[in-house]
Design a binder for this molecule. Structure first.
Ligand code: PMP
Length: 414
C-alpha cells in the first residue's frame, strides 16, 4: 500500500519508538497500543533524563541566590525559556511566561485582560469547538464584567464558518479566543486568516495551541498572534508546566494575574510595584524542572522536524480513516479538509464507552467521552465519541490493532 511505503521514508519509526520507554510496557497483559496522545503524549528518554539530571546536579531556587548552584538552576530554567522562544519564533524571551499549562495560560489572559479591558456590554468571541478550558474562563470573566460571550458556529464537517465569524465581530468585540487544532475533531483552524480578520477591527486574538504543537510548526510572529497558549505535556514534555506567549505590548498593559514572590519590584504596606515581564506573571517558585524538561522536549521535536512528523502522522490518519470507514455503521465526527491526526467516531447503536472498554481489554488506549467539549457534542446530539489520536511514535501496527479491535468490539456489542 502506497501509504505505508511513504510512511517508512518519513521518520525512522523504530528509532523513535525506542526513544519512548513507556511504549515497551504491556497493558492488560497485551503490548500497549497508545492512541491517546491528544490527552497527553508519552515522554522520550532524553526528557526523563534531563529532569533527573537537573535534580541530581543542579537544583536550587532560581533568580535568588548568589551561590553558584542557584545560578546554575537559574541558567537551566532560563535556557528552557529561550528554547520555548526559539520554538515559537517569538521575538523576545520576555514574551514567554511559564504557567501550569494551557488552562492556566487562558485563565491568566481572561482574568488580567478581562479585568482591564472588558466592560458591560462588551463581547468575547470563541467558537463552538472550544475545549472547556477556552470556554469557562471567558464565561467567568464575562459574568464578572457583565460582558457577553459570542460563539462562532461550525459546519457538519467541523469547520469554522468564516463568514459567520466576520459577521460576529464589531466594535463591541474586545477579544477573540480560538483553538488552533480541535482536540475532539482534529480540525486545523485557519487561525492566521482569523487573526488577520480580527486585526482589521483592532481586536486581539488568543490562540489555544494545546493540540497544535504536537503536530505542526507554530510561528507566533508569522501568525501575528497576540497570545498563544500551550501545555508541555502534550508535546512530549512533563506535566505541570505550560506556556503563555504574549506580545510585549499586551503583557506590559495587562495587570499581574497572581501576587507573591518574584513578581514584585518593591513591596511596602502602602504600595507594591511589579517586576518587569515575564516575571510580573510568575508569582512564586516556578516549575524549574518542568522548564528544563520542556526545553529538551522541544529540542527533541525539532530534531525530528515537523515536516517529517506531520507527513508521518498524516499517513497514519489516512490509513486509519480508510480502515475505520470500512466498518458498517461507523461514523467519523470531524472531516475537515485540514485535519490533524485525531479521529473521533461512533458506531450505530453502541455507546462509545463500551467500545473503549473492549479496546482497553485488548491493550488499546483510546479516549471515550465528550473530551471536554460538551457544547460541541450537542452539535451532533451525542453524549461523546471514541477518539484515537496519533503522535510521531505510532505506527501502522497500532492502526491495524485499532481497526481489528473496533471490529471485534462491534461484533461483541451488536
Ligand atoms: N485546549 C485544548 C484544545 C486541549 O486539548 C486541552 C487539553 N485536553 C486544553 C486546552 C487544556 O490543557 P491543559 O489540561 O494541559 O491545561
Amino acid at each position: 500500500m502506497q501509504v505505508l511505503e511513504k510512511e517508512l521514508t518519513q521518520v525512522d519509526i523504530k528509532k523513535i519508538r525506542s526513544d519512548f520507554p513507556l511504549l515497551e510496557n504491556t497493558m492488560r497483559g497485551k503490548p500497549l497500543v497508545f492512541l491517546d496522545s491528544a490527552a497527553s503524549s508519552q515522554k522520550p528518554q532524553v526528557v526523563i533524563d534531563a529532569i533527573s539530571e537537573y535534580y541530581e546536579k543542579q537544583h536550587a531556587n532560581v533568580h535568588r541566590g548568589v551561590y553558584e548552584l542557584s545560578q546554575n538552576a537559574t541558567d537551566a530554567f532560563e535556557l528552557g525559556r529561550e528554547r520555548v522562544r526559539k520554538f515559537l519564533n517569538a521575538s523576545s524571551s520576555d514574551e514567554i511566561i511559564f504557567t501550569r499549562g494551557t488552562s492556566e495560560s487562558i485563565n491568566l489572559v481572561a482574568s488580567s485582560y478581562g479585568r482591564k479591558f472588558l466592560n458591560e456590554g462588551d463581547e468575547v468571541v470563541i467558537s463552538t469547538m472550544e475545549h472547556h478550558s477556552n470556554i469557562v474562563p471567558w464565561q467567568m470573566i464575562c459574568e464578572e464584567r457583565k460582558a457577553v460571550l459570542r460563539v462562532i458556529p461550525i459546519n457538519d464537517k467541523g469547520e469554522i464558518l468564516l463568514e459567520k465569524y466576520r459577521a460576529l465581530l464589531s466594535e463591541k468585540t474586545k477579544i477573540v479566543s480560538i483553538v488552533h487544532v480541535s482536540n475532539s475533531l482534529g480540525t486545523i483552524n485557519p487561525v492566521k486568516q482569523m487573526i488577520d480578520i480580527a486585526h482589521d477591527h483592532n481586536i486581539p486574538v488568543l490562540i489555544d495551541g494545546a493540540q497544535a504543537t504536537l503536530h505542526g510548526k507554530v510561528d507566533v510572529q508569522d501568525l501575528d498572534a497576540d497570545f498563544y497558549a500551550f501545555s508541555a505535556h502534550k508535546v512530549y514534555g512533563p506535566t505541570g508546566i505550560g506556556v503563555l506567549y504574549g506580545k510585549r505590548e499586551w503583557l506590559e498593559r495587562i495587570p499581574p494575574y497572581q501576587g507573591g514572590g518574584e513578581m514584585i519590584e518593591t513591596v511596602r504596606f502602602d504600595k507594591t510595584t511589579y517586576n518587569k515581564i515575564p516575571f510580573k506573571f510568575e508569582a512564586g517558585t516556578p516549575n524549574i524542572a518542568g522548564a528544563v524538561g520542556l526545553g529538551v522536549a522541544l529540542e527533541y521535536v525539532q530534531s525530528i522536524g515537523y515536516d517529517a512528523i506531520s507527513s508521518h502522522e498524516q499517513h497514519l490518519l489516512e490509513y486509519a480513516t480508510e480502515g475505520l470507514m470500512q466498518i458498517e455503521g461507523l461514523k467519523i465526527y470531524g472531516t475537515a479538509d485540514k485535519k490533524a491526526s485525531v479521529i473521533s467516531f461512533n458506531v450505530d447503536g453502541i455507546h462509545p464507552y463500551d467500545i473503549g472498554t473492549i479496546l482497553d481489554k485488548l491493550g488499546i488506549a483510546v479516549r471515550t467521552g465528550h473530551h471536554c467539549t460538551q457544547p460541541l457534542m450537542e452539535q451532533w446530539n451525542i453524549p461523546g465519541t471514541v477518539r484515537a489520536s496519533f503522535a510521531v511514535y505510532n505506527n501502522k501496527e497500532d492502526v491495524d490493532q485499532l481497526i481489528q479491535g473496533v471490529k471485534r468490539a462491534v461484533l461483541m456489542l451488536s
